[in-house]
Design a protein around this ligand. Structure first.
Ligand code: MOS
Length: 736
């Protein structure tokens, strides 16, 4: 990795490259992750998880486990704390997997929680966990696509509110198209593996409980506990100011009420840390997908038909799906579009959000097909995209609020040196290495959620900004600090930011790349209210003290709410109840399209003999509206591209198809890129002004930069070798 380069000349609509708000605290070891928070006299919990994927527990023998010194209690489905089963969030509930831990003897998936030991020490709990004997009556599970018993259901059939996107007459367009690509693509199961393990600590004080747990949404976790245990939400507080990586895996939880109930039952605080391998089944994952893409074009490259059928794995009992055709159909002008998305139900835990959940698999398929089409047309793939660039929705004609896709391609291509590419496959070589250049579009919709914020400004010129948003490592503290500082006309150091605590005014889930836009907009409105007290314009420095003297107060405090378009007060109400959706407005209303976009470029080298694949350099150019902090934004883009590369070449969870079990459930066998894999990465931030998305003009960027990487690499591998790899990851065995 190269060091952070000196700040370039600031481009239009870019804020200050401020260092991280929490940088000093982090390098001095001050911030505490959830499970490190000291609590008095904790007991330690360890999970036992099932060794089969489908069937029933017939007998649990915990005598030997109970004999381990220090064991306090062993919870199984026979004596588990009483809880209400919560609905999956797709049905308006608070969990990402509706199987209630220790809810009964039925086994619904491998690695299901079947017992929880609570002991005086972690070692005693772990020892006892190993000594529990569980007998099962096992049934044959369905593991994945093609497994016996896997059940395929079209989303449109399963949910009447879901509509597959369509336009024009696909069949006619397809039959008449002179140039066609008809191909199938596949993406694998992947697990997030954030460095910070999943954990829950529950501490009761009378009838009030405090939860320390890594979460992307403290308000949701609060309701998860309150509803799960049937207690007043006012009695639940969730604290999590710092999250050690999440990527979607900590968006929702299912274990929290169990741990809280256990702590109440044993009369001690309880600390649970889920092991790395257990994390593969007690949290979510990116499900494997299959795609059938048909692209038809005229000889000039204009698309005339786009068909995309997608299949996604989900659990037997929940309805998680990503339906990435929602995004992929909006990217290129095309008169005739047909899509269908189906879920395939198998005996696994429920999948969930993982960085750009819909766009990563679906854009891999589309952007690979676009590259295949360019090759068939003998056209430069960038020019093919330019020919089909559009400022309105091909589906319903809605206008883009702003769109800079081709600007991103042009800047990235120039910096990358795309013009040096010989378009013929296998034409470029260096010694024993076959060299390939590839590129692909990255797209991510701009989402906002309701948010609220409270700001207190003192006559000393110091301000406190409070919002229960979350910093999952993204730089959210810094962005909130900057947004407030700019509007209150104060130096950054004068702003304290508090986040990640359900006693603060509610903020959005740290998902959908919407924290800056949503929580930032609430801060923006709170700052406006404060400014109004001073006549509309914030006085600075000594003038501020004088203004306070005139007001005759030592401090002022304001609270503001932001609700996204179509959300209204209902969305704020839903937010206060820890719900993600809120009011979405009329589904038939034609809403403007809001997308951040970018272009991923890579060079790959494939060894002539060993087929080893290396990526010596990558370039990304991205436009995401107002960039509050180019320094932290650059880190987001870097991380996204690096993960995207890792995702394309290394990451996949192997499934034992007979047993529906994950095989490589540890980070020795689940490969991610290490420093030696990471090349030179150039990040270009393309200026873009969007006055329509939200008051800040901010689009989300956290999930943008990885989207195009898998296709860019697949396209470069094709260019290097003449081999088109249509199933990820691209491993060397596929290039033999
Ligand atoms: Mo992100 S995958 O929307 O938590």
């Amino acid at each position: 990795m190269q060091p952070t380069p000196p700040a370039p000349g600031r481009r239009e609509n870019m804020g200050q490259s401020a260092p991280r708000y929490e940088a000093r605290a982090k390098v001095t070891g001050k911030p505490l992750y959830a499970t490190d928070t000291p609590v008095a006299a904790p007991a330690y919990a360890v999970f036992v998880t099932s060794g089969i994927a489908k069937g029933r527990i017939t007998k649990i023998d915990s005598a030997a486990a109970r004999a381990v010194p220090g064991v306090i209690e062993i919870f199984t489905h026979e004596n588990a704390p009483k809880r209400t089963a919560l609905k999956h969030f797709a049905k308006g509930g608070y969990v990402s997997d509706s199987a209630l831990p220790l809810g009964g003897p039925e086994i619904l998936h491998d690695g299901q929680v079947v017992a929880m030991v609570v002991a005086d020490s972690f070692e005693a709990a772990r020892e006892a966990a190993y000594r529990i004997q569980i007998a099962y009556k096992a049934a044959k599970p369905s593991a994945t696509f093609g497994s016996a018993g896997a059940e395929t259901i079209a989303l449109a059939t399963a949910s009447p509110r879901y509509k597959d996107k369509k336009a024009g007459d696909f069949d006619t367009g397809w039959s008449k198209a002179p140039v066609k690509i008809d191909a199938e693509y596949a993406t694998p199961t992947q697990h997030h593996n954030p460095i910070e393990l999943f954990s829950t600590t529950a501490v009761w004080n009378g009838d009030e409980v405090t939860i320390y747990e890594p979460t992307q949404f403290v308000y949701s976790t609060k309701y998860c506990v309150a509803e799960g245990l049937g207690i007043d939400p006012a009695k639940v507080r969730v604290i999590n100011p710092f999250v050690g990586g999440a990527f979607g895996s900590k968006g929702m939880t299912q274990r929290t009420a169990l741990v809280a109930g256990a702590a109440r039952a044993v009369g001690r605080p309880v600390k649970l840390v889920v092991t790395r391998d257990q994390g593969f089944t007690v949290a979510t994952y990116r499900a494997e997908t299959r795609h059938h893409v048909r692209l038809g074009a005229a000889r000039d490259g204009k698309l005339v038909a786009y068909g995309h059928e997608g299949w996604e794995v989900t659990s037997r009992y929940d309805d998680y799906s990503v339906s990435g055709t929602e995004s992929s159909t909006e990217i290129y002008a095309c008169p005739n579009i047909w899509t269908r998305v189906s879920k395939v139900k198998v005996d696994r835990n429920t999948p969930g959000f993982m960085r750009s959940p819909p766009e990563v698999p679906y854009m891999y398929a589309l952007e690979s097909a676009i590259d295949e089409l360019a090759a068939a047309l003998k056209m430069d793939p960038i020019e093919l995209r330019r020919i089909n660039d559009t400022m309105k929705s091909p589906v319903n004609g809605a206008p883009y609020t702003s769109r800079s896709l081709m600007k991103c391609f042009d800047e990235a291509a120039a910096s990358f040196g795309w013009s040096k590419r010989d378009p013929a496959p296998m034409a470029m070589r260096e010694g024993d290495w076959q060299v390939g250049y590839g590129c692909a579009s990255a797209v991510y919709p701009t989402y906002m959620m309701a948010a609220t914020a409270r700001i207190r400004l003192g006559s000393d010129g110091k301000a406190l900004v409070q919002v229960a948003a979350h910093d999952v490592g993204t730089g959210a503290y810094t962005a909130m600090q900057q947004i407030a500082a700019e509007r209150l006309r104060l130096p950054l150091a004068a702003i304290t930011v508090e986040m990640g605590d359900s006693s603060l005014p509610p903020g959005p889930v740290a998902g959908g790349s919407m924290t800056t836009a949503s929580a930032g907009s609430a801060i923006h409105f709170a700052c406006e209210k404060i400014a109004k007290r001073f006549g509309g314009a914030m006085p600075e420095g000594k003038a501020l003290a004088a203004a306070f003297a005139r007001l005759g107060v030592a401090s002022v405090e304001d609270y503001a709410e932001y609700s996204p378009p179509g959300g209204g007060p209902e969305a704020v109400k839903a937010l206060y109840k820890g719900q993600m959706g809120g009011a979405q407005g009329d589904p038939n209303e034609i809403k403007p399209l809001m997308f951040a976009m970018g272009a991923n470029f890579v060079e790959v080298r494939v060894h002539r003999l060993t087929r080893e694949i290396r990526v010596p350099r990558m370039t990304g150019a991205f436009a995401g509206g107002r960039i509050v902090n180019p320094r932290t934004a650059r880190s987001q883009y870097l991380g996204g591209m690096i993960w995207g590369m890792s995702s394309a070449l290394l990451e996949f969870t192997e499934i034992d198809e007979k047993r529906a079990r994950y095989v490589n459930d540890n980070i020795a066998d689940y490969l991610v890129s290490v420093n030696a894999d990471i090349p030179k990465v150039d990040i270009i931030m393309v200026p873009e002004v969007d006055t329509k998305v939200n008051p800040l003009g901010v689009k989300g960027i956290g999930e943008l930069a990885n989207v195009g990487m898998p296709a860019a690499i697949a396209n470069a591998v094709y260019h290097a070798t003449g081999k088109r790899i249509r199933d990820l990851p691209i491993t060397l065995d596929k290039l033999i």
